[in-house]
Design a protein around this ligand. Structure first.
Ligand code: PEP
Ligand code: MG
Length: 570
């Protein structure tokens, strides 16, 4: 069987299908009759036994990894607590609750108590309790729960198949075993896709009905060059793709030979190629692929897959490790950009109709100055050990710039008072990713040192098209007359003020548009590390003068199709 979809990360991937089907839990909040009490107690006790057994099995599988083993030891201890079972049974008996509702009520009460205690270790237990509660309720309702841990000892490579995957699920993957994923929904600029690129996970999104068409253990080949997926292919196809895979590895190795050469056109136009990263594991590849610095460190990913905010010292160690690794090369640290489609399990976010336009990014800082201050302190302290720039996301006004600069000055004063070293001339910049920032970029450049265009958000806001909504994905296109003309306006306005401007959205790694971006005269392009060699190769075989002509021609076009036709020709 052959399916197709949209490629997230290019390459080939092979493995056995592992299907994830998670259902929404609806708690039965009605009351039961007295004659149902025994039935519900039994339901609970059966689920309790099943949950305990599952946890013991997972603990066995996790025996090679001490952290995971300890986690499951902790779960088992919580379940075995005498009061745990007794209190839930009492809720069923005395409050006449269904078993799922009794578990839910009991656990929520425990979590509320735990959250009042100011101790990180104890707070972590709240997440464990939530996980246990989910397991118990799934078992009461006979719903199967996904367990990535159960894959850890798998002998064969795995391709995850799911309706969708969240960033926090992907960061849990053991990459020695999970070699890719295929999902029904998703979008190229979603954060799940961005993480998969940084993990070099050959994956596909928007594959219609894949969770129903594929069965567990089916053999899968992802052809992430053409956008095809082969289900249970015959040996001939398998051999063909094994050869292609080997050839691709050689091609990638050859491109790496450009690593130390500059990104410069035949006629001498020099542009810097930077890397986008989401954590320090990505850093190992930054220099290997020839990046000249880090143009976007999406620090919010450091806040995910954990149970509480990273402390100042923890963040300091991450940033210090990054600058030290980069050995004097620039590291652009973007302050935490939460909300939109990036949430934390341990932080309360309001339910919003349009989260991308809501309480997100720097807007959170006014209410949660503690988050901003902790991060700024950590970044400033690390700036003493290398070359750091601070980048603020989602700016829409000068008021925000004044506010953020005041906060930086406040933290600087505090550090000086405590005799803590930092780079006093640290550069401060903004993402241009809202139409408002684009329109006032000339004013912004009087207050800030550098800029980076976030084409992922800018496109969604200029076109009023949700970047994650599959229904309108055909309308989401940065290579359209309005976005491109706006980008040209931004670059010109900022260059007029002699400030630096780059692009760090996904457009920067679109191989079809490299010449067009060169024509804009940008100072930097920041992208997923693995695209750098390809982009550099294109730059080194281009003429800046002809790229400028190409840009002029493109900016004269009236439709997306016209632009696409011209770019394809080039
Ligand atoms: C962007 O919006 O283009 C960007 C780089 O930021 P993010 O994708 O993290 O929203
Ligand atoms: Mg953005």
């Amino acid at each position: 069987m052959l399916l197709n979809g949209t490629i997230v990360y290019n390459g080939y991937s092979f493995g056995k299908a592992f299907i994830i089907k998670e259902e929404d839990i609806v708690i039965n909040k009605n009351n039961i009759n007295e004659n149902q009490i025994d039935i519900e107690i039994n339901n609970f006790l059966n689920s309790y036994k099943k949950t305990l057994k599952q946890l013991k099995d997972i603990r066995k599988l996790s025996s090679k990894n001490n952290d995971r083993k300890l986690l499951f030891d902790g779960y088992i201890l919580i379940l075995k607590d005498k009061l745990f079972k007794k209190d839930i049974i009492n809720l069923i008996k005395n409050k006449l609750l269904y078993a799922d509702s009794a578990v839910n009520k009991f656990i929520n009460k425990q979590i509320k108590c735990i959250n009042k205690i100011d101790n990180i270790y104890i707070k972590e237990r709240a997440n464990d309790l939530m996980d246990i509660s989910k397991r118990l309720i799934y078992n009461i309702k006979n719903i199967k729960l996904i367990d990535f841990n159960c894959l850890n000892n798998n002998k064969e490579n795995i391709i995850i198949i799911s309706k969708e995957l969240s960033p926090s699920q992907i960061v849990q993957f053991d990459l020695n075993i999970i070699k890719g994923f295929i999902v029904e929904n998703g979008s190229i600029t979603s954060h799940s896709s961005i993480i998969s690129k940084s993990l070099e996970l050959v994956s596909m999104i928007r594959v219609n009905n894949v969770t129903n068409l594929v069965k567990n253990n089916d053999n899968i080949i992802i052809d992430g060059i053409k956008g095809n997926i082969y289900i249970n292919p015959n040996n001939k196809i398998f051999e063909k793709f094994s050869k292609k895979y080997n050839k691709l590895i050689i091609k990638k190795k050859n491109l790496l030979k450009l690593r130390k050469l500059p990104a410069i056109t035949y006629d001498g136009f020099r542009i810097k190629l930077f890397a986008n990263i989401g954590n320090n594991n990505d850093i190992n590849n930054v220099l290997k692929y020839g990046a000249e610095g880090i143009g976007l460190y999406r620090t919010e990913f450091l806040f995910m897959d954990r149970n509480d905010f990273p402390s100042e010292n923890e963040q300091f160690s991450f940033y210090k490790e990054a600058v030290e690794y980069m050995k004097g090369k620039l590291v652009t640290i973007r302050t935490v950009d939460l909300g939109g489609d990036k949430f934390l399990s341990y932080m309360n976010f309001p339910k919003e109709d349009v989260p991308f336009l809501g309480w997100r990014s720097i807007r959170i800082y006014r209410d949660r100055k503690d988050i901003l201050h902790t991060q700024l302190k950590a970044i400033l302290r690390a700036s003493y050990f290398g070359k750091i720039r601070i980048l603020f996301p989602m700016i829409i006004s000068m008021e925000e710039v004044y506010f953020l600069k005041d906060e930086i000055n406040y933290i600087k004063k505090d550090l000086i008072k405590n005799n803590i070293n930092f780079d006093e001339n640290i550069k401060i910049g903004a993402m241009i990713e809202t139409p408002s920032a684009a329109i006032i970029c000339s004013h912004l450049s009087e207050e800030l040192d550098f800029f980076s265009i976030g084409t992922n958000d800018l496109t969604q806001f200029v076109l009023a098209v949700d970047r994650n909504n599959i229904k309108v994905s055909n309308l989401y296109n940065p290579l359209c007359p309005s976005v491109l003309n706006l980008i040209k306006y931004i670059v010109n306005s900022i260059h007029e003020k002699n400030k630096k401007i780059g692009i760090c959205g996904e457009l920067a790694s679109n191989l079809n548009s490299v010449k067009l971006l060169l024509g804009l005269g940008l100072d930097e392009l920041s992208m997923n590390i693995s695209y750098i060699p390809n982009v550099k190769k294109i730059i080194r075989s281009s003429y800046y003068t002809s790229c400028k002509k190409l840009l002029d021609k493109i900016l004269d076009q009236k439709t997306n199709k016209d632009i696409e036709n011209i770019l394809n020709k080039y």
